[in-house]
Design a protein around this ligand. Structure first.
Ligand SMILES: [Zn+2]
Length: 233
């Protein structure tokens, strides 16, 4: 293998390693990003709070109504017991019972509203719970796939790094230095393929001196425009 071909193969390996390392970083970000799940959790939590409050309101209203009914029954018992004979007291009791009955009707209506609100809160809570479970399952599956992909990428990158190391060892030290200087300047693409007498990276057609040099020599020939090392595959 010519030195230029060896350089070209090293460049291919490096570009693959760079691309795969980029993907590994992107996967790490995806694994960290649980925004959708956090939103579903927050929605579930606030629905739970609203439902608990609605239950509390319903219980309090039931208790208030029960107390009122007790009071009304006591007044009725006393009124019809025969113990009260004073007309003024009888009239007061009668008025109190009527007032309690009216209040009871108001509270019954209020209780209906509270129960309807509680049922709506329960329905919302159920929806939030279902959504949370679904997102949780989806994330679990996604994370599993991402972790598998990352594992496979890491293993490939490890192999490619070893291949690169071996290839670099076989190159003349000075040549690799030259390549590295050029690589830094040329966005990791120091070697360019010559196709139809043109550099495939910058697109410039090469003159006959360059073409002849490539055809004859196994040494380095640079693109007359971008300065990359040219290779004819
Ligand atoms: Zn070029």
């Amino acid at each position: 293998m010519s030195d230029v071909l060896a350089l070209y193969r090293i460049q291919q390996l490096e570009l693959e390693i760079i691309a795969q390392t980029k993907r590994i970083k992107a996967i790490d970000l995806l694994l960290k990003d649980n925004a959708g799940l956090h939103e579903a959790e927050a929605a579930f939590e606030s629905a739970k709070v609203a439902f608990d409050e609605a239950i509390k309101r319903a219980n309090e209203m039931n208790l208030e109504i029960a107390t009122l009914i007790d009071k009304k029954q006591n007044s009725e018992t006393r009124l019809y017991s025969g113990e009260v004979t004073n007309p003024k007291e009888m009239q007061d009791l009668q008025m109190e019972i009527e007032s309690l009955t009216r209040r009871n009707e108001v509270l019954d209506d209020e209780l209906l509203r509270i129960i309807s609100d509680r049922d709506a809160c329960q329905a919302t809570l159920n929806e939030c719970e279902t959504a949370l479970n679904e997102i949780g399952e989806e994330r679990k599956e996604e994370n599993k796939n991402l972790l598998n992909e990352k594992k496979s990428l890491n293993s490939t990158v490890k192999t490619q790094l070893a291949q690169r190391k071996t290839a670099v060892k076989e190159l003349p030290v000075e040549l690799f230095k030259t390549y590295n200087v050029l690589r830094t300047k040329k966005s990791n693409r120091a070697v360019s393929v010559l196709k139809d007498d043109a550099c495939t990276i910058c697109g410039i057609e090469q003159n006959s001196t360059v073409i002849t040099a490539i055809n004859r020599s196994s040494g380095l020939v640079n693109c007359q425009s971008c300065g990359r090392i040219l290779i004819k595959l």
